[in-house]
Design a protein around this ligand. Structure first.
Ligand SMILES: [Zn+2]
Length: 228
């Protein structure tokens, strides 16, 4: 039997705009279906180039853009861990941060980057994917992080993990009805977009390609792991 999933969703991503690009349509769908969705952005995004801006100024702009994008999708809360962009490592303290958030928010589903994509991917995506997976494991057993248990923050079992940008997705979400919403949310990341129309064309093309594998017009694809 599949226990609850997609009702309380924690999206853990590396950069501002990753959630919208990888899962924006699915987030909109889940929210419309009554889910609570929260987004955790792990870096401050200060390497996402913008001519003439200091990294600090860029990071501040990108947080505002992320909040606007989250609002456009109906995300309940957005948390910024503010690690340095491009320098994330899958190390213990980072995993603990994620495990703490999982125990606190008690998601039935965690969405994160696929860390096993071969040959090419952003190193932050890899670090976040690995740390989020391990965070799920650390969160689900009271013998991990006993100091949290002492503080009354008890273990929480996450039922489902979804990995974005998977090479061979095996779980699809129909995003045709919410495609405009996804594009509006992506459009909030103004510092990252030169022409929204070009971005929209690219996103549409990708959604069509993904959809073809599932018999849908527009879809987002994930690799799904159900945790027994
Ligand atoms: Zn990214």
């Amino acid at each position: 039997m599949i226990r609850s999933e997609f009702k309380n969703v924690l999206v853990v991503v590396a950069h501002p705009d990753d959630a919208e690009l990888g899962a924006g349509g699915s987030i909109a769908r889940w929210v419309e279906d009554g889910a609570v969705v929260r987004t955790v952005v792990c870096t401050n995004g200060d390497k996402g180039t913008k001519d003439g801006l200091s990294p600090l100024a860029l990071a501040q702009i990108r947080e505002k853009e992320q909040l606007a994008a989250s609002k456009a999708l109906g995300v309940r809360e957005t948390l910024f861990l503010r690690h340095r962009d491009g320098e994330l490592e899958d190390e213990r303290a980072f995993r603990h941060q994620i495990a703490f958030l999982i125990r606190h928010f008690k998601p039935d589903t965690v969405v994160t980057h696929d860390p096993w994509r071969p040959h090419y991917q952003h190193p932050d995506h890899q670090a976040v994917g690995h740390a989020a997976f391990k965070g799920v494991i650390y969160a689900r057993d009271d013998n991990f992080l006993p100091e949290l248990g002492c503080a009354g923050i008890r273990a929480h079992h996450t039922n489902t993990l979804l990995y974005t940008n998977a090479l061979a997705p095996d779980f699809f979400v129909d995003i045709e009805a919410v495609f405009r919403k996804k594009i509006r949310a992506i459009g909030c990341h103004k510092s990252q977009i030169r022409t929204l129309r070009v971005t929209e064309r690219r996103v549409r093309q990708r959604s069509e390609e993904t959809g073809r594998a599932a018999g849908l017009r527009l879809a987002e694809g994930f690799t799904i792991a159900r945790m027994r």
